[in-house]
Design a protein around this ligand. Structure first.
Ligand code: MG
Length: 263
């Protein structure tokens, strides 16, 4: 049995090394947590825990601010007929998710994250109604990251160019902020001080040359939301830094055996 275990370990190590040697070292980020795992739900505490337990590099989540300025984790701006931004946290945080949990606050999310120190936190700032609220949301988000001591393993993402500047103002020195909208070329991202591009796969497939250009400028490339095998292989073949997916374990399995096509 011992020999069998050694052989299995050696095989796994070889598979990993051969994958890495071939450039197959794309890091996987669970989109809205690993919510496709049984019993989970998007942006739930459970989805964060399952992303960590599955061995994901990172877990992505979305942050809104309620009318009484409490930061909550939810994808949409509405839940069960309530507009998150104009509704008090007492009501929003009582709303049930599909797995029976209630909508978590960002504080609860960060508290759970304490259990998984190796998990990268990919924190998306959503779209406040006003620029004033956007600045406030950015400030509170960064303050909570500091309070819960996750600054060294948090990356921020946003569709808002102004939001990027707000996060930059309040985040810890060296914080990486990735831009999501896909409408800026690599040089513009660099000029804005972005950590990189976090663009939809269709944008990079239209502009595959941007991947190397972004990397040559010292930034990173994240691609969303890559759930199908063809898309996963395309990302590996093109040497992106991260993929964001609803199927993190499927990607990790593929990564063990897939040899990238030579460019
Ligand atoms: Mg998101």
């Amino acid at each position: 049995m011992k020999i069998k275990r050694i052989l299995l370990a050696a095989t796994a190590a070889f598979a990993t090394l051969s994958g890495l040697a071939a450039g197959n070292d794309v890091k996987v980020i669970a989109h809205r947590g690993y919510w496709t795992a049984p019993g989970s739900a998007q942006n739930s505490i459970d989805a964060l825990a399952k992303a960590a337990k599955a061995g994901c590099y990172g877990s992505e989540f979305d942050v809104w601010m309620t009318s009484d300025s409490v930061l909550v984790v939810n994808h949409d701006g509405w839940i069960n007929g309530y507009n998150v931004q104009v509704t008090p946290s007492e009501i929003i945080c009582a709303q049930k998710l599909e797995n029976g949990e209630t909508v978590p606050t960002l504080e609860q999310y960060f508290q759970e994250a304490q259990k998984y120190p190796n998990l990268r936190l990919i924190c998306e700032m959503k779209f406040p109604d006003s620029k004033y609220q956007e600045v406030k949301l950015a400030q509170k988000m960064c303050e909570l990251a500091k309070k819960y001591n996750v600054e060294d393993r948090i990356d921020y993402i946003t569709f808002s160019r102004d939001g990027m500047y707000s996060i930059k103002k309040f985040a810890h020195p060296g914080a990486e902020i990735y831009y999501l909208t896909g409408d800026f070329i690599p040089e513009q991202l660099k000029y804005m001080g972005a950590g990189g591009a976090d663009y939809g796969i269709w944008i990079f497939q239209k502009h595959p040359e941007w991947i190397k250009q972004i990397q040559d400028l010292g930034m990173k490339v994240n691609v969303w939301t890559v759930d199908d095998e063809a898309g996963m292989k395309w990302c590996i073949d093109h040497g992106v830094d991260f993929i964001t997916t609803n199927q993190p374990e499927r990607f990790m399995e593929l990564q063990k055996t897939y040899k990238p096509a030579s460019k």
